[in-house]
Every structure is written in structure tokens, then in C-alpha cells.
Design a binder for this molecule. Structure first.
Ligand SMILES: C[S@@+](CC[C@H](N)C(=O)[O-])C[C@H]1O[C@@H](n2cnc3c(N)ncnc32)[C@H](O)[C@@H]1O
Length: 261
């Protein structure tokens, strides 16, 4: 999905208290933790705080994201957080190094789920935990409802699929963790309700980047996913939604925690 301004804004809003609240009660001081696909580190630094004085290692394939994570960790004096450029299917750690591994909106973008989970499992110690949280595109809803919004949500999901990703990963996690040999799997799900003026402005910016940005439109047309006319039609629906006093958007999330036997 790229690392443009709309994605930067989405990731900047995240934090461990909100986006890893399902995992935080299981964390203990002194644990060694991996945040795979850590992005700019906004969740990682909160996780690092929860396991102090334990080590937090964030890994991401994008150098730009790792640089941001390092700046954030330095600014907050998170001395126990270290960030590495790397691929989660080939991690630079020995077998069984971590007590717990975490990710948020990563497996949905990785084409080979099994390869990623096998490699993450390798670096977790026996008895250690994995926690994954991902979005569920086909459960997301927007109000006031309209066919235009249904079209827009499907369009974004198709774009993720065209990149080899899995837009419904949030509801496929238990099955994938089970398939990778994790046990004691505990799933959960929730909606993130966005309805304040600043939420609506944020959705406006991020949808603008994903659907109306000229390169994105050209790519979707090339892929045969849409036409100029459909995009123009949605713009009208979207502008009406933005100014509605009851506008809300509710992305759906699924997560699962499992244990390495
Ligand atoms: C949507 S961002 C999520 C970032 C962070 N977890 C968060 O929620 O704020 C997905 C991240 O996964 C990273 N990523 C995707 N595939 C990867 C791979 N094979 N190895 C390492 N990082 C990967 C991307 O570079 C991107 O920073």
C-alpha cells in the first residue's frame, strides 16, 4: 500500500495502549519482545515500556520506517528498543530468542502467510506467545450507508489483493496460527468507531490518498478494478458523507494470540 502521507497519518495515530490492548495484560517486565513489521514504531515504543527492562526489537523491511522508529524511541528515551531493517521471512535472530512476538496490520500485506509465521515461530521460545492484529475489510461499515461506500471498501480490498495481500486477514488469524502449529489460540474482534470531526477529517485524508490520488486511480483502472466514471460518482457520495452531521466509519479488527508448544 506504500508509505505515502495518508499511510503515515494512519500509523502515526496508533499506540500500544489502544492497538495492543489485548496483549498488554500478558506482558511482564523483563520479557524479550519482537514487533515484526513495526513500521514507524508508534506501537513498539509503548510495548517497549511495558516490558522494561526487557529488550524490544522492531523489524521492518522499509528503511524509512525504521529511521522514524529510531527517532521516536530516542525522543521518548526508550533505551530498551532497538530497530532493524529486515525481512520477517528471514529474521536476524537465533532460534527461541523471544518470549513474545507481536504484529499489527502486517500479515495482511505479506503474500506468503505460512512463510512469515514459520519464521516468527522459529525465533519464539517454546512456551512463548504470538499476537497478531489485522483488519477485516468486508466487516467494516460506514454511516450514512450507501452503495458508493460498499464499492469503495471493495475497491481498497481488491487493491490489497492485487499486491498479494489478504484484506480479510483479521478473521483468518486463528486458522493461520493453528496451521503454523501454535496452540491455546485465543481470538478476538472489535470495531474502531470513528465519528469525531477530527476522525472524519482523518478518514477524508486517508481515503483521499487511497482512492482519489491520480496514480492510484490510474493503477486501479489498469487493473480493470474501476473506471474514471465510478471514481467521479464516489467523489459525490464522499463529499456528501464528509459534511453529514452523523458521519461515522467503523473499521473492523480481528486478533489472535497463540502459544508455541
Ligand atoms: C501497515 S504497516 C503497519 C506498521 C505497524 N505495525 C503499525 O501498525 O503501526 C505494515 C508494515 O509491514 C512492513 N512489512 C510488510 N512486509 C514485510 C516483510 N516481509 N518484512 C518486514 N516488514 C514488512 C511494511 O514495511 C510496513 O511498515
Amino acid at each position: 500500500m506504500g508509505y505515502d502521507e495518508s499511510m503515515r497519518q494512519q500509523l502515526a495515530r496508533r499506540n500500544a495502549e489502544r492497538d495492543a490492548s489485548h496483549l498488554i495484560p500478558l506482558l511482564e517486565p523483563g520479557m524479550r519482545m519482537l514487533d515484526f513489521g513495526c513500521g514507524p514504531g508508534t506501537i513498539s515504543v509503548g510495548l517497549a515500556k511495558s516490558i522494561e527492562p526487557g529488550e524490544l526489537h522492531g523489524v521492518d523491511m522499509a528503511e524509512s520506517q525504521i529511521e522514524m522508529a529510531r527517532v521516536l524511541a530516542n525522543a521518548g528515551s526508550h533505551k530498551n528498543a532497538t530497530f532493524h531493517v529486515g525481512d520477517i521471512t528471514n529474521l536476524p535472530f537465533e532460534d527461541g530468542y523471544f518470549d513474545v512476538a507481536h504484529c499489527c496490520t502486517v500479515l495482511m500485506h505479506v503474500p506468503d502467510t505460512q512463510a512469515a509465521l514459520d519464521e516468527v515461530k522459529r525465533v519464539i521460545k517454546p512456551g512463548g506467545l504470538i499476537s497478531c492484529r489485522e483488519t477485516i475489510y468486508d466487516s467494516m461499515f460506514v454511516s450514512p450507508e450507501s452503495d458508493g461506500w460498499d464499492w469503495a471498501i471493495k475497491l481498497v480490498a481488491r487493491r490489497i489483493e492485487a499486491n498479494g495481500g489478504h484484506p480479510q486477514m483479521g478473521k483468518e488469524l486463528s486458522e493461520n496460527l493453528h496451521g503454523a502449529g501454535f496452540v491455546e489460540i485465543s481470538p478476538g474482534a472489535s470495531f474502531e468507531v470513528m465519528s469525531s470531526r477530527s476522525d472524519i477529517e482523518f478518514v477524508t485524508g486517508s481515503i483521499g490518498g487511497v482512492i482519489f490520488e491520480p496514480d492510484a486511480v490510474a493503477r486501479q483502472i489498469d487493473l480493470g478494478h474501476t473506471t474514471k466514471e465510478e471514481v467521479a460518482e464516489f467523489k459525490t457520495v464522499f463529499e456528501k458523507w464528509q459534511t453529514s452531521p452523523t458521519a461515522m466509519a467503523a473499521p473492523a479488527w480481528g486478533w489472535a494470540i497463540g502459544r508455541k508448544p
